[in-house]
Design a protein. Structure first.
Length: 263
């Protein structure tokens, strides 16, 4: 299937690893012009080299800390200077620190607001004028299954990713007339560095091995396995395509069936 993504300009945040990097791989294979970024320059160089080796296409790279508004402006400027526009924005970020309500002070809440919510708001503000001018655009936010089924000990992630969901739905109503779609992809238990981090915490708290925690996670999924990042990235790719032009304001779970609700 031709997804009509050749030469589309894609900015993917937090894309040196995990789902962001997997999405970059798929877009590069489609012939898109991809900009990846990370707060860690070493990880970014490794990711760029690996992506070039896997796809024969090289992404544009830029160091970007999602908690710094000036970095967000710089990465958008870099993309526009190189490619002239941004067609597709994929908002991805690492998860905020785990914790129950009593564990979290104002500083941790504020950091999570900046990282998870305000990075999406600010980057969307940066790219929307160009998308409106071109009468075409895709904004895709990577959230979590927790927006539909909260996960224990993830108070910050549950709260702020739900805020992103509400933001996206509201924005989609405002800009649909401009032929711009806004959607969320809600991954389930996916084999990323974040899941390894959470598994290690659970393992330590319960005197189990990380492998045992992974097995326990998988046992609660109807498909009895954890997701590969490329499986989540495939949904991102589709939502960016021309064929998905009538899908907007939606949160689509890629979770192996672990969310138990009927909607």
């Amino acid at each position: 299937m031709n997804l009509h993504l050749k030469d589309k300009v894609v900015l993917i945040t937090a894309s040196s690893k995990g789902i962001g990097k997997a999405a970059a791989e798929l877009f590069l294979n489609e012939g898109s012009k991809v900009v990846i970024c990370s707060s860690n320059s070493d990880n970014l160089k490794i990711a760029s080299d690996e992506l070039k080796s896997m796809t024969d296409n090289e992404p544009l790279t830029g160091v970007c800390d999602l908690n710094k508004p000036e970095d967000l402006t710089k990465i958008v400027k870099l993309a526009k200077e190189e490619f002239g526009k941004i067609d597709i924005l994929v908002n991805n970020c690492g998860g905020p620190v785990p914790g129950m309500f009593d564990d979290l002070n104002d500083d941790k809440w504020q950091h999570a607001v900046e990282q998870v919510l305000m990075s999406v708001v600010r980057l969307t503000r940066e790219v929307l004028p160009g998308m409106k001018s071109n009468n075409w655009g895709r904004i895709i936010n990577i959230t979590s299954l927790s927006v539909k089924q909260p996960v224990d000990n993830l108070m910050l992630s549950n709260s702020l990713r739900s805020a992103v969901t509400a933001f996206a739905k509201t924005l989609s109503n405002e800009i649909g007339k401009d032929n711009i779609t806004v959607n969320n992809v809600a991954p389930g238990y996916t084999l990323t560095s974040r899941l390894h981090e959470l598994a290690e915490i659970r393992a330590e708290n319960r005197s189990l091995s990380k492998e045992e925690i992974f097995e326990e996670m998988a046992s609660g999924v109807p498909m009895k396995r954890l997701a590969d990042p490329l499986e989540v990235a495939s949904m991102i790719l589709y939502l960016a395509s021309e064929q998905a032009g009538y899908i907007t304001g939606q949160t689509i779970s890629v979770d192996g069936g672990v969310i138990r609700s009927t909607y």
